[in-house]
Write a protein that binds this ligand. Structure first.
Ligand code: S3P
Length: 170
């Protein structure tokens, strides 16, 4: 079976929901950021510091290329994966793509006010988060085969919608 990619802004719940979906479908789960950290032996923060955002996107694209060959996998992607054109093409060609939609307010509330190792999201900057989300929203929508609105919905109910879509998908 083709991989199932979860995309969406930071704080959308991709990792939490992805684990539940994988568990329910009996499929393996991979979190692309954690996989990058383990294989490079560096934190996302360190990679941004040492390589800049462009360097991180190159690493992320290579990780996506490898993960695209994992049979059956449910893969939680980093929130910025859609900003890279080649990664967008890979997503489209390699698997089914589910977009977990969230607004900036709820994303920040979920991620919390403290720094959580996401160099592009400071809990103290709602205006910056909203602007970044606005820049990406169309990219998420265009990449998606299926969209779930997560605002006001817990991970279990979001996972229910995704599992239903996977099972019913023609
Ligand atoms: C990023 C999102 C992060 C991580 C990196 C960059 C982004 O992943 O890949 O900090 O550009 O939105 P999560 O969406 O899992 O937090």
């Amino acid at each position: 079976m083709r991989p199932l990619f979860l995309i969406g802004f930071m704080g959308a719940g991709k990792t939490t929901v992805g684990r539940i979906v994988a568990d329910r479908l009996g499929r393996p789960f991979t979190d692309l950021d954690r996989w990058i950290e383990e294989s490079t032996e560096r934190s996302i923060d360190e990679l941004f510091e040492q390589r800049g955002e462009d360097g991180f996107r190159d690493i992320e694209r290579r990780a996506l290329e490898v993960s695209a060959h994992l049979p059956d996998a449910v893969i939680a992607c980093g929130g910025g994966i859609v900003t890279d054109e080649d990664s967008r093409r890979l997503l489209e060609e390699s698997g089914d793509v589910v977009y977990l939609a969230v607004n900036a307010e709820e994303a920040l509330a979920r991620v919390g006010g403290e720094y959580t190792g996401r160099p592009l999201l400071s809990g103290a900057d709602p205006v910056g988060a909203a602007a970044l989300l606005q820049l990406r929203e169309l990219l998420y929508e265009e990449a998606a085969d299926f969209t779930v609105d997560t605002v006001g919905h817990g991970p279990q109910s979001v996972a229910d919608r995704i599992v239903e879509w996977v099972v019913m998908e023609p």
